[in-house]
Write a protein that binds this ligand. Structure first.
Ligand code: NDP
Length: 457
């Protein structure tokens, strides 16, 4: 049977583009459909613009620090959102063009419209045309979900933040995960009066217990008005503001509200169920370790599969798919050890592997734990402390986890992730000579465990 294409990819984000480009490089005839902008969530409305906003938001604390370093007159002046946004828009245009070019130069074809699956080997485009392909790869990502309360359509989601024409004066961020913490930090740094309401008692559920405590404290320290154990129940317009009613009976008014209450796989209206593709309870595409669905010709990678929802994971899944199907090199991604970082400010929280809660539950773990004031900010008078932890298996001596709260913790965890992925032992860390003076050197100079969690009897 002959097909129009060897591979049809739905979704031009990180995972889809990587799979499409590598497959085309192997000689496959590949097409890709994207209804929005090439680059997807990470490039257009996620990691990339977010990180640039973090850089913008960290300027005031750099100025503060400069005062301690003999620049008494240093001052930031006013932040101009329009000036920043113009540069941001230009950068996103550049990246979008690079994504498009990279795939087209590899010989791929892009359909700038929505596609849906109509059969094991067939998709239908928004213009009604049908295209056949030997393999279909679903890489449509996820989308932010609102909490389902009265009037929640009046609030923004993270996508909207990058499109704002002007900054709000006072904003409410709802949620306590990655996006809520990062955006509360950003908006605060840009001079917006920021309130963060979270239904739990400590931010960043699932992260290391001490890291969560430290992020919560830092959030307050930088001036975010943190309201824990509190959930909005209703939003209403109130002149040019929004009135929010909370579950404790209180009310407050904001210029804008942003919901960061999680994301859902983007499978609605994609024709997958009708085509017989199994979906999970959150609408995620169910796949095996090869990213293959129950329909053998249909695969899925990235957030739409709701495995580990991070860009580099989607990229690796997409690349592995291409290697396996078109590159004659079967491989799949081991999701068990993936590093990540939450870009709060001034200290980030970065993590790989075991947290202390997991160590307590499992037992047989030594915890090496250090806290210190880093040279640079301490000199400028800051009381901020870094936390570094290594979680070590008592029997095998393998380092099972690393948790870092500190400046550029994301950069540090990336490097620590290499030996930890290789299976390094604590003794491998110990025989590594430090680079002095750095923050990261503490990772190789912790000699005595701070505590030990024994196996349950
Ligand atoms: P998260 O799953 O990280 O956090 C969602 C937050 O919303 C949690 O605090 C959750 O509370 C809360 N929540 C969920 N439902 C409701 C509700 N109905 N009412 C009130 N609160 C609610 O999702 P995010 O949206 O922050 O981010 C989505 C994903 O994107 C992340 O999981 C991550 O994979 C990825 N991401 C990664 C980044 C990075 O690598 N730096 C940056 C941004 C996003 P509770 O904890 O109590 O359930």
């Amino acid at each position: 049977m002959s097909f129009d294409y060897d591979l049809f990819v739905i979704g031009g984000g990180s995972g889809g583009v990587r799979a499409a480009r590598i497959s085309a490089g192997y000689g496959a005839k590949v097409a890709l459909a994207e209804e929005s902008r090439m680059g997807g969530t990470c490039v257009i409305r996620g990691c990339v613009p977010k990180k640039l906003m973090i850089f913008a938001a960290s300027t005031p604390e750099m100025i503060d620090e400069a005062h301690g370093y003999g620049w008494p007159d240093a001052m930031a002046g006013a932040f101009s959102w329009p000036a920043f946004k113009a540069s941001l828009d230009a950068e996103l245009d550049r990246l979008e063009a690079a994504y498009t070019r990279g795939f087209e130069n590899a010989g791929g074809t892009i359909y700038h419209q929505r596609a849906r699956v109509v059969g094991p080997h067939e998709v239908e485009l928004a213009d009604g045309s049908r295209i056949s392909a030997k393999h279909i790869l679903v890489a449509v990502g996820g989308r932010p979900q609102r909490p389902g309360i009265e009037g929640d359509e009046l609030g923004m989601i993270s996508d909207d933040l990058f499109l704002m024409e002007k900054l709000p004066r006072r904003v409410l961020v709802v949620g306590g995960g990655f996006i809520a913490c990062e955006f509360a930090t950003i908006l605060n740094g840009l001079g917006v009066e920021t309130v963060l309401a979270y239904r739990g008692d400590k931010l960043l559920r699932g992260f290391d217990r001490d890291g969560r405590e430290l992020v919560t404290g830092q959030m307050r320290g930088i001036g975010v008005d943190l309201r824990l154990n509190l959930s909005p129940v209703r939003l209403e317009r109130d002149a040019d503001m929004l009135r929010i009613s909370y579950d404790d009976g209180s009310e407050d008014r904001y210029d804008a509200v942003m919901f960061a209450t999680g994301r859902r796989p983007n499978t609605a209206g994609l024709g997958l169920e009708e085509a017989g593709v199994a979906l999970g309870p959150a609408g995620e595409v169910v796949v095996d370790e090869w990213s293959q669905t129950n329909i053998p010709s249909i695969y899925a990678v990235g957030d739409v599969t709701d495995r580990v929802n991070l860009t580099p994971v989607a990229i690796r899944e997409g690349h592995s798919f291409a290697d396996t199907i078109f590159g004659d090199t079967p491989r799949y991604l081991d999701h068990s050890l993936v590093a990540s970082a939450v870009y709060t400010r001034p200290h980030e929280l970065a993590s790989i592997g075991m947290t202390e809660d997991e160590a307590i539950a499992r037992g047989g773990v030594e915890v090496y734990d250090t806290r210190f004031r880093p040279m640079r900010s301490a000199f400028a008078g800051s009381e901020m402390r870094v936390m570094m932890k290594l979680l070590v298996d008592i029997d095998t001596r393998r380092v099972l986890g690393c948790q870092i709260f500190g400046p550029e913790a994301g950069e540090m965890i990336q490097l620590a992730a290499i030996p930890i992925t290789m299976g390094a032992t604590k003794e491998d860390f110990d025989r590594t000579v430090a680079v002095h003076p750095t923050i990261a050197e503490e990772l190789v100079t912790m000699r005595q465990p701070a505590r030990r969690h024994d196996r349950p009897a």
